[in-house]
Design a protein around this ligand. Structure first.
Ligand SMILES: Nc1ncnc2c1ncn2[C@@H]1O[C@H](COP(=O)(O)OP(=O)(O)OP(=O)(O)O)[C@@H](O)[C@H]1O
Length: 229
């Protein structure tokens, strides 16, 4: 579903963010992307949603070279990839319902669909009773779950979460990871960028590791491996 073929990304200022990176992600996988600050993790996510273009090599999403997409296809690609960020990025003057509804409105959904779909997706993230709240009335973990609901509402084929637990305490981070694992079990491919190596070790999922722009290590899923056993 996602394929990087010898991808190098050099920014205009000369920084080599990714160097000759190749990997594939199949439909239905849960993949962690780890690595130190500046290793190229966010750049990798930006190449997938075509926020950036590779300098060399190819990024294929659903078999299509993203560099060759027409503008309407780029918009369509971005609508079909759910994005979650460390800082939640909710609109502060809109309620939880409105924050999630906006993603559907932009995709052209009818009011009838919005009224049906928003409560469904809020229930999925356990926030059905918070629809009328504003973001500042919620905890960090709840705000991140709203962001996940917003990312899911258009039924994306891929959920990309860039440091989603970066602003959360350990227990809330763990709960959030469980939510992402549940979403993955229900069929959505998940790519999670993280520094939280402790979380990565607690679940047996595939790990792509970057170091100074190079893919240094690819650990397969560990099956039933559990931390401390
Ligand atoms: N728009 C840009 N222009 C120039 N250089 C950039 C740009 N975006 C990122 N970089 C550089 O590219 C390298 C990789 O950055 P990237 O954000 O992908 O790393 P990261 O692994 O996500 O880091 P962090 O964990 O700190 O978020 C860094 O050296 C960064 O300074």
């Amino acid at each position: 579903m996602i394929r990087f073929c010898n991808v190098t990304k050099i920014y205009p200022n000369g920084v080599r963010a990714l160097i000759d990176v190749s990997f594939s992600i199949e439909r239905g996988e849960f993949v962690f992307v780890v690595g130190p600050s500046g290793a190229g993790k966010t750049t990798l996510t930006k190449l997938i949603c075509r926020e950036e273009l590779p300098t060399r090599g190819q990024v294929l999403v659903n078999g299509k070279n993203v560099a060759r997409l027409r503008p309407n296809e780029v918009a369509n690609l971005r609508q079909r990839i759910g994005m979650v960020f460390q800082d939640f990025r909710l609109l502060p003057r809109k309620t939880v319902f409105e924050n999630v509804a906006l993603a559907l409105e932009i995709a052209g959904a009818s009011w009838r669909e919005i009224r049906k779909r928003v409560p469904e997706v809020l229930a999925k993230v356990g926030l059905e009773d918070k629809a009328r709240c504003f973001p500042h009335q919620l905890s960090g973990g709840e705000q991140q779950r709203v962001a996940i609901a917003r990312a899911l509402v258009n039924r994306p084929f891929l959920l990309m979460a860039d440091e989603p637990t970066g602003n959360l305490d350990p227990q809330t981070s763990w709960d959030l990871l469980q939510l992402l694992l549940k979403i993955n079990e229900e069929g959505t491919t998940v790519l999670m960028v993280t520094h939280a190596w402790d979380l990565v070790q607690l679940v047996g999922k595939r790990v792509i590791s970057l170091q100074e722009g190079r893919l240094t290590e690819e650990l397969p899923a560990w099956g039933n491996y559990r931390y401390g056993t």
